[in-house]
Design a protein around this ligand. Sequence first.
Ligand code: GLU
Length: 262
Amino acid sequence: MNVIKNCKRIVIKVGTSTLTYGNGSLNLRRIEAFVRTVADFKNAGHEVVIVSSGAVAAGYAKMALSEYPKTLEEKQACAAVGQSQLMKMYESFFSMYGHTVAQILMTKDVVDDSHRLELVRNTFHTLIKMGCIPIVNENDSVSCDGIKFGGNDTLSAYVGIACGADIIINLSDIDGLYNKDPRKYEDAVLIDRVEVINDEIKSYAGGAGSSRGTGGMITKINAAEIAANAGIPMLIINGEDPFRLYDVLDGKHIGTYFARRK
Ligand code: GLU
């Protein structure tokens, strides 16, 4: 089944572990591949909104700190430095392909307030109409609960709702949802399609992911549930090789597809 066939508006969520090396520095080769693929999605006629993490890691790398930020204050300070680094990089890579990016920083209180959510919705629609690629992150430096609400996995579901997405693609550091942790069990099986998100599905999610990302599989499943309830499907694929997005564009089935709720 070609999951993208009738999807015009696509939210693509990319996490810190995809965008950075283990030492926290930006993985430029991967980011370049990601940007090029997204640019091609646009060229093929899709409308794309990116939800990008990486601000904390980029700030940490820029300041060459001796250890990765641990406290909330340190993370917020690193995000303040790193967010502009991140946008500078997206801006320069997307410019090479003739695309314009726009930064949107969200906080939980925006999501919770229907009036403010409506304002953001209008901004998304207007930017997309103008042909821009909105790039969203949490406004980490001014908010402390953002990270609490499931990080950018959850944010991607709300962004999907706000911009009226047809699908959300979550680039993860794992191929999709397995019936048990594939890092521990050799016989773990990848689930290619989830029709209903129930307790059994949730029980498949192991612990957190890498030390640099904030989510784990459970935050992705919770995000998929929020999206599914709002009528938006979610696809989780491995972001290690961003060119795999072309497989999605070509209608090949990879990763785990969470169907929308009927
Ligand atoms: N907003 C955080 C950042 O940009 C990451 C949150 C997450 O990865 O979920 O570093």
